[in-house]
Design a protein around this ligand. Sequence first.
Ligand code: FAD
Ligand code: NAP
Length: 535
Amino acid sequence: MAAKSQTVEDVDVVVVGAGFAGMYLLVRLRAAGMTAVAVEAGDGVGGTWYWNRYPGARCDVESLQYSYQFDDDLQQEWSWSERFSAQPEILEYANHVAERHDLRRDIRFNWRVKSAAYAEDSATWLLTAEDGRRVRGRFCVMATGCLSVPNWPDIDGIDDFSGPTFHTALWPHDKVDFTGKRVAVIGTGSSAVQSLPHIAGEADQVTVFQRTANYSIPAHNGPLDKGREAMFKADYLGFRARAKQTVTGIHAEYGQTALATSDPDAYRAMLEKRWQEGGLTFLADFNDVLLDSAANERAAEFVRDKIRAVVKDPATAEILCPKNIIGGKRLCLDTRYFETYNRDNVRLIDIKATPIERVTETGVIVDGTLHEVDMLVVATGFDAMTGALRNIDIRGVGAASLADRWADGPSSYLGLAIADFPNLFTVTGPGSPSVLTNMLPTIEQHVEWITDCIGYMSVRNYTRIEATQAAEQDWWDHVQDAAQVGLKATTDSWYVGANITGKKRVFMPYLGGFPAYCQKCADVAGADYPGFAFA
Ligand code: FAD
Ligand code: NAP
């Protein structure tokens, strides 16, 4: 029998990743008459929703919008059970789409790409898996996800811990039973905000180690309102089209009030209304919160007051009150997160000034005190946006290494293509709005642009496309200029790589908004792709 490493599967397009991006790519490429395979490190589809199985994991954009729109029958037929559906239901949805479009026959699971090399003579990409399997394509599309490489914290002794350790982004498929256990939770981002209430409801004792307090807004989750579902379904195409006209791709009411100069009673009433509605659009009434420090501070203080009103112990409440600007990071959505700190079995340890000294076999030491625990939950996020691409040894023209090219931060033309890496596309790559939006429409827009581009090349018998250095530089300068507007890029966040030791600080997503970005992409496609060289 031939060794795995001797077999090369040849297709038109190799897709890396079988999350929502990779799955839709297969649908579109097939429809365009291309042969395509997706290679996927996991043993199932769904990406984010395959890996992040921690208790409480759910979407932060309402399910009616956090869903595909390319298949109108599907969006009419599918019924979400909750306003913000939980991970098992989103994964079920991903599996349903895979069945409905018969995708699995073209997905190679348990296939982690180690390297991808461009061959000049044949204008093809050869991808090699960790176990030696290979696949070759005329095009390679990286649908590897913005939040798919778990960040393991750089804490002394973490490997010495003798009990089980769970990263929220690598959660086991079987239920983790916390009953009777003492649990440490490290991190207080969205993953911890969602999981803590569940863990605390089961465990004997939970100790939370918080470095930076986060703004969290109540999700007010519950069964999906049937009236709202009917309203969407009566005009789904209209809702989707209007959502695309918003900066974040989320359909909602947006206002233009200047918070800084508003009457305090008026702005507090507006924030209160949004707080009662719940959701990511908490700040959507105002046009200056991310531009003006005074406006930002007013909104921030509103949330701090909410935290102080909920958390009974004033010292704990103060530690939980975020000191950074609001909206600098993606807001968290929660269900009884702050209330959880009123439980007798939950303790909060502030590690901002005194970081974790080390982890021992039996617990976590802070400021000379050992906090003994039986289990560690590591909710420390991701090496975002560039992690998955830099993990693969990607070699372009002249064996140029993408990891080396991006050592001082990424650059890209439109977040879609990189000079010296012909026939390679990235979905929601750095330099596109991606993580600043409802990601499903953003993913669909990229997939459609990429497959249209490949179709354009087929018609003209082009075999090679490459972003020019000049176009990439111009776009990247624009991305960085856009990031200078307002306060967002001043925050230490994973948008700038601040969560990863040694990562160069660069604002990676495009802050110019979804409509402007879509227009730019459409203009480029409509004008025979200026900024790209074809052969
Ligand atoms: P992913 O879903 O990350 O899929 C990428 C796939 O590529 C993964 O399956 C991975 O295994 C595979 N892969 C990566 N590297 C390799 C390799 N070397 N070899 C082979 N396979 C590889 N966004 C929203 O807009 N709304 C939300 O409510 C929301 N909630 C989220 C909740 C959590 C817990 C997280 C972590 C993210 C959330 N996001 C949300 C962002 C989410 O990542 C996107 O919405 C979307 O699911 C991304 O899809 P994707 O296909 O681009 O990437
Ligand atoms: P995150 O937002 O990056 O939060 C990680 C947490 O771990 C932060 O509190 C961070 O502190 C802390 N941390 C990191 N390294 C540490 C260390 N060495 N020592 C101590 N603490 C450390 O990650 P996340 O919570 O997984 O969320 C990431 C993104 O995924 C979100 O912003 C969102 O886009 C998406 N997400 C969405 C949902 C949802 O609601 N649908 C749920 C989960 C995730 P610092 O802040 O100080 O770095």
